[in-house]
Ligand binder design. Sequence first.
Ligand SMILES: Nc1ncnc2c1ncn2[C@@H]1O[C@H](COP(=O)(O)OP(=O)(O)OP(=O)(O)O)[C@@H](O)[C@H]1O
Ligand SMILES: [Mg+2]
Length: 141
Amino acid sequence: MTNDIAISIRTDIDIVAARQRGRQLAAEIGFSSTEQVLIATAISEIARNLINYAIRGQVSFNKVQQPEKQGFRVIAEDQGPGIVDTNQALQDGYSTSNGLGLGLPGAKRLMDDFEIVSTTQGTTVTMTKWRQESKFGSRPN
Ligand SMILES: Nc1ncnc2c1ncn2[C@@H]1O[C@H](COP(=O)(O)OP(=O)(O)OP(=O)(O)O)[C@@H](O)[C@H]1O
Ligand SMILES: [Mg+2]
């Protein structure tokens, strides 16, 4: 696994940058334009949470190569206060800030693998989307 890109997240502009670089890397891995948008949306939600709940954090992107498939892995890390109950935070509509409470569950649905590790020292969200190798070549966009 190579750590391709790491972006510090502190402002809205950083979120836009993370979204764009994420989409670009997803395109390079061969995801369709629809999948690129889904991945970019998940990145936005997780990056927004870094600012809202931890003031700042970092998002990194990794290309994951396995024998039969390639993946795009996003890791979002912060040193904020942490999430007391991560299962509750993943419920639709759960929000401590009068938000819609759809950021985490939405990102989970958009990606294939999704994991939150959170302590009082901070939170790490790791999410991966897989792209199956097709013997017919890359899928049309
Ligand atoms: N990085 C984080 N650090 C601490 N708490 C977090 C973090 N990310 C999410 N949370 C907690 O999990 C809750 C749910 O997050 P989620 O993104 O699903 O909803 P939201 O941010 O409240 O609203 P929405 O994303 O729909 O605008 C948040 O309200 C917050 O309490
Ligand atoms: Mg959110």
